[in-house]
Structures are given as structure tokens and as C-alpha cells.
Design a protein around this ligand. Sequence first.
Ligand SMILES: Nc1ncnc2c1ncn2[C@@H]1O[C@H](COP(=O)(O)OP(=O)(O)O)[C@@H](O)[C@H]1O
Ligand SMILES: CC(C)(COP(=O)(O)O)[C@@H](O)C(=O)NCCC(=O)O
Ligand SMILES: [K+]
Length: 254
Amino acid sequence: MNIQKPWLALEIGNSRLHWGLFVGETLDCTWNTDYLPDSVIQQLGNGRTLDEFPAKIFTLPSSLPLVIASVVPSQTALWQSYPNVRVITLENVPLKNTYPTLGIDRALALWGAGIKLGFPILVIDAGTALTFTGADSEQNLVGGAILPGLGLQFATLGQKTSQLPQLETQNFTSLPPRFALNTPEAIQSGVIYTLLAGIKDFMTAWWDLYPNSKVAIKGGDRTLLFNYLQTLYPEITAHLIVEPNLIFWGIIYV
Ligand SMILES: Nc1ncnc2c1ncn2[C@@H]1O[C@H](COP(=O)(O)OP(=O)(O)O)[C@@H](O)[C@H]1O
Ligand SMILES: CC(C)(COP(=O)(O)O)[C@@H](O)C(=O)NCCC(=O)O
Ligand SMILES: [K+]
């Protein structure tokens, strides 16, 4: 009988850590944490767990094997002391036509999405940066685009101007008025309507090239953006798949 062993997957993004607990090839549960200090990483390596980790980890063997996909080298370095760690690199991803500096998060999410949903595929990652990454039916990277993510756009306006407040996306409920008569709503209008129009434009440009392609969206702002898109462009949203775990899917198949 094949014994299904537990292991941890860790995606290190530019804002935070994304965790997946696997049992064999099955993704059991996922959670996010902030970056962890070195002392806490040492504790995890010694088989201790953290309050933010799922309670069931207490019942598992100490220091589970760890597989890391990271776009933050300084964070990856902190985990080198962990006893049973493997760092996934671009060479491990079977995607063709990649370029050397392609983010491993983009490659893995695209690969995972393509394997599970089918190629051709376009992945939108609404994370710290917002990225579009597409592959054709032969599993070649077609290419993509990178822009500041939703949170980063608000943060930059708040930090780099003297009179604009920094808005927090957690407080957003419905779409702002397009032509706003106060500063916070004017910022929301500018960022949100421009971002949504941009996403729609990239999706339709992709469908011009690959008419029957699936399109999937992941990342911390996926739900907010999906809900806004649904209000504004219901016809394109009907063909958009919301899936937070594309990278974990990718990690299984490399
Ligand atoms: N609890 C949270 N902590 C941080 N960011 C969050 C949280 N919930 C939603 N977000 C949103 O997620 C975005 C970051 O996306 P995420 O996929 O977590 O980032 P990354 O993978 O780049 O670390 C931010 O723009 C922010 O608006
Ligand atoms: C574009 C990214 C910053 C996205 O990172 P994230 O917002 O998910 O933390 C990351 O994929 C990256 O550093 N890429 C390298 C450049 C490239 O993919 O072309
Ligand atoms: K990401």
C-alpha cells in the first residue's frame, strides 16, 4: 500500500507567505502568514508549530518536508537552515519558451492552471504586482505583462504625494462613482476603473489570439477584482475562473 506522507508547500510572495499542507498529492488545506523572523523559522525546523498554523499540524510528524517557490531571494535564504527543504526553480517547470528572469510564481501558476484546466491558458495574478501570463496549446509561454497591483497603486499614491491619503482595500464595498466629488473616491475611481478596463482589455486581446482559452485569476485581490468585474463586465466574467491555489497545483506537477 502506498503511504501518503504529509509535506508543506510554501510560496513566498512580495507581501506575505502562502502555505499549503499536502498529504501525498492531495492539497489538504491552505493559509497565509506574514514573513517569519529567523528565530521562528528555527523553531519550525525543530518540529515546533505556530499559533497561525492549522491545529492538525500538531498531530503530524515533527518538521514536515518543505517545498518552496519564492520570488523574494532574501526570504528564501532564511529557510536554508530548515532540515528538509527543496527550492523549486524555473528549470523544474516543464513550460517551454521561458526567459531566465521569469518569476517562478508565474511559471508555476501557469503550469498548474494549464495542467488542470487545459492549454492554452491565461493566468491573472492579482498580488503585490498584477501579472498576466499566457501559454499556448503546445505549453509554450506566449508572454505576459506586469503592473503595480491594486494595493501597491493605493500605497504609492499615498506615499509619493503630499495631499493624497493612503486608502485600504479592506474598507471597499461597492464600486465608487466614476466622476467623484471627493478625494478618496476620486482615487478609488481612477485606480479601480483603469485597472478593470485594463484587465478586460488583456482578456479580450488574449481571446483574439486563443478564442477558446480558459482564463484564471489568483492572488490576494482576486475576489475584490472579480466582484467589481462582474458588476461592470458580466459577459467576460462568466469566462473567468477564480482559483487561489494555482501555484499549489503547479507544485504537484513539477
Ligand atoms: N490579509 C492580507 N494581507 C495582505 N494583503 C492582503 C490581505 N488580504 C488581501 N490582501 C491583498 O492582497 C494583495 C497581495 O496579494 P498576495 O497574493 O497576498 O501577494 P504576494 O503573493 O505578492 O505576497 C494586496 O494588494 C492586498 O490588497
Ligand atoms: C512579477 C512579480 C514581482 C510578481 O510577484 P508577486 O506580486 O506575486 O509577489 C514576480 O513574479 C517577479 O519578481 N517576476 C520576475 C520578473 C518576470 O516575471 O518577468
Ligand atoms: K504571487
